[in-house]
Design a protein around this ligand. Structure first.
Ligand code: 5GP
Length: 216
């Protein structure tokens, strides 16, 4: 039986620890392919081109849009972010689960085009922890932090568009919960209709063959 890859969207407020969670999940379990986005924002200290993001100029990004090489894109805090199409399609075809760690506008566009997408939202255990993590990262000036909090308020209004939430209180626990949640999706009947129908056909043939007097 072929196992089909699942397209998974992971969103969550800035500073909630999505990136760390995704890195831990993909390091532990080989079945996941984490899509690397293109962005026009500046690299943060420690980020490398082609690892965290493909860093692009505005012109380069707009060229990707024009050539339809992005599955979705959005503008977030004055910068473009988008998901390159080829990698996602290749990995899904190979049966890997593909994770898009993207913000909400893009997430909703993906959902519109792919009704089968699994929509996950990473929650902080409480808002104080979120703000502490956002400031504690120490990579953004206060103005950017404020901008991201405003964005978080906006995102909080549409969380009901997602299927499941993962509370990121303890990294280890959250990784396991996320993995088991995705694994359970693989056993859903409507994600396995080819297999279900094949068994049904085989059963009909077998029953016919074993019915006395019935010829195939
Ligand atoms: P950051 O600048 O903190 O790396 O990312 C800012 C926001 O952009 C995060 O919510 C992140 O999930 C989102 N993001 C990253 N890549 C993409 C993408 O390809 N498309 C969309 N729509 N959002 C993205």
């Amino acid at each position: 039986m072929d196992r089909k890859g699942i397209l998974i969207v992971v969103s969550g407020y800035s500073g909630v620890g999505k990136g760390t969670l995704m890195k831990a999940l993909t390091a532990r379990y080989g079945q996941y392919a984490l899509s690397i986005s293109a962005t026009t924002r500046e690299p943060r200290e420690g980020e490398a081109d082609g690892r965290e993001y493909f860093f692009k100029t505005k012109e380069e990004f707009e060229e990707l849009i024009a050539q339809e090489r992005l599955i979705e894109y959005a503008s977030f805090c004055d910068h473009y972010y988008g998901t390159p199409r080829d990698y996602v399609e290749e990995q899904l075809e190979q049966g890997r689960d593909v994770i898009l760690e993207i913000e909400q506008q893009g997430a909703l566009k993906v959902k519109e085009k792919n009704p089968d997408v699994l929509m996950l939202f990473v929650m902080p255990p409480d808002t104080e922890t979120l703000v502490k993590r956002l400031r504690g990262r120490g990579t953004e000036p206060e103005k950017v932090i404020q901008q991201r909090l405003v964005q978080a308020v906006e995102e909080s209004k549409h969380v009901d568009q997602y299927d499941y939430m993962i509370v990121n209180d303890d990294l280890e626990r959250a990784v396991e919960e996320l993995h088991h949640l995705i694994e359970s999706q693989h056993t859903m009947i409507n994600r396995n209709l080819d297999f279900v129908r094949q068994i049904q056909k085989d059963l009909v043939l077998l029953a016919d063959a074993q019915t006395p007097g019935k010829k195939n």
